[in-house]
Write a protein of this length. Structure first.
Length: 279
C-alpha cells in the first residue's frame, strides 16, 4: 500500500487534499442512479420492493449524513435496513463481517476474503462491484467537473500542493482527471487502492507538512471525519452550491489557511453550514 507515498514529492509549504466524486467531479448522482443502485437491484434480484430500496440507497449515499460512504459500506447499510423490513439477503453475516473487519474496502481485498470463506454474499458483492465499474466506464462522457473547478485547481496549484484523496476506483479517477487534463495540477492522485481517506491524509502528513497547513476539501461527512481524525482543517463543497463553494475555497479559505486565520471560529462556521446542507 505504501509505495505511492514513497514516491511522493512535497514542493510547497501547504497541502490541499481534494475529494473527487461530488466535490470536484459532478459524477455522484449519475453513478448512483445509473450504476450502483440498478446493479444492486439486478444482482440480488430485489425487484419486489425496488422503489423503496432505490430511495433508501439514494438517501444513504447522496442526501444525508452518510453521503459519500464507500460503496461496500453503503451496500452493507442498505442490506441491514431492508433485512429488518423482511427482505432476505442470503449469507448477509459474511458481508457485514468483512465490511466491519477488513482494513481495505476494495475489490482485491474482497477477492482475498472469497478465497478464504467461499461466501456466497461476498461473491455476489464482488460481481456487483465489477459490474458497477463496467457500467461506470460505459457512462456517457459528459462535462464532469463542476463549474469553477478547473480555474480553482489551476490557481491553487501555483501556491499549494494539491492531492486528490478519494474512495473511488483508481482507474475511473485516472480516466476522469486525465480526460479533463487536471492531473497536471496534482502532486498525487489517490483512490481506494491507496487506503482509506483517513490513512491517505495521515501518510501525506508524514511528507513534512505541518498539521495546521493541511486542508481537506470534501462534500461528505466521511471527508470531515477523515480530516478531524488527522487534526487537519476541513472545507466543505456544499451540495447544489458547488460553484460558490469552489470560488470561496480559492478566494477565502485557502488565503485564511496560508495567513493563519483559518481559526476554530471559522472552522466551526463551515462545519455548521455543511451539516445544515445535509438533511
Amino acid at each position: 500500500m505504501s509505495n505511492v507515498f514513497d514516491k511522493y514529492i512535497k514542493e510547497k509549504e501547504f497541502l490541499v487534499c481534494v475529494d473527487s466524486d461530488g466535490c470536484a467531479m459532478d459524477t455522484m448522482e449519475i453513478k448512483h442512479r445509473e450504476c450502483f443502485a440498478p446493479e444492486m437491484i439486478k444482482t440480488w434480484n430485489l425487484t419486489e420492493k425496488e422503489e423503496y430500496i432505490l430511495n433508501l440507497w439514494y438517501d444513504l449515499n447522496l442526501y444525508t449524513q452518510t453521503r459519500g460512504i464507500n460503496r461496500f459500506k453503503g451496500l452493507a447499510e442498505t442490506f441491514k435496513i431492508i433485512s429488518k423490513e423482511g427482505v432476505e439477503i442470503e449469507d448477509l453475516e459474511n458481508l457485514l463481517n468483512w465490511v466491519e473487519t477488513t482494513n481495505e474496502l476494495s475489490n482485491n481485498s474482497l477477492k482475498r476474503a472469497i478465497e478464504k470463506t467461499d461466501s456466497k454474499a461476498l461473491k455476489m458483492t464482488h460481481e456487483w462491484s465489477l459490474n458497477v465499474n463496467k457500467s461506470i466506464e460505459e457512462l456517457p462522457k459528459g462535462e464532469e467537473p463542476f463549474e469553477g473547478v478547473k480555474e480553482g485547481l489551476e490557481s491553487l496549484s501555483k501556491i499549494v500542493d494539491v492531492a486528490v484523496v478519494s474512495s473511488a476506483n483508481g482507474e475511473a479517477l485516472n480516466d476522469e482527471w486525465g480526460r479533463h487534463d487536471f492531473i497536471k495540477y496534482l502532486q498525487v492522485l489517490l483512490g481506494q487502492e491507496a487506503g482509506t481517506k483517513q490513512y491517505c491524509i495521515a501518510e501525506l502528513k508524514k511528507q513534512g507538512y505541518d498539521t495546521e497547513k493541511i486542508l481537506m476539501v470534501g462534500d461528505a461527512p466521511g471527508d470531515l471525519q477523515a480530516a478531524q481524525n488527522n487534526d487537519v482543517r476541513y472545507y466543505p463543497i456544499l451540495v447544489g452550491k458547488e460553484r460558490l463553494s469552489w470560488d470561496r475555497l480559492v478566494n477565502e479559505a485557502v488565503p485564511k489557511l496560508m495567513n493563519g486565520t483559518f481559526d476554530k471560529e471559522y472552522q466551526k462556521k463551515l462545519i455548521t453550514e455543511f451539516n445544515d446542507s445535509l438533511k
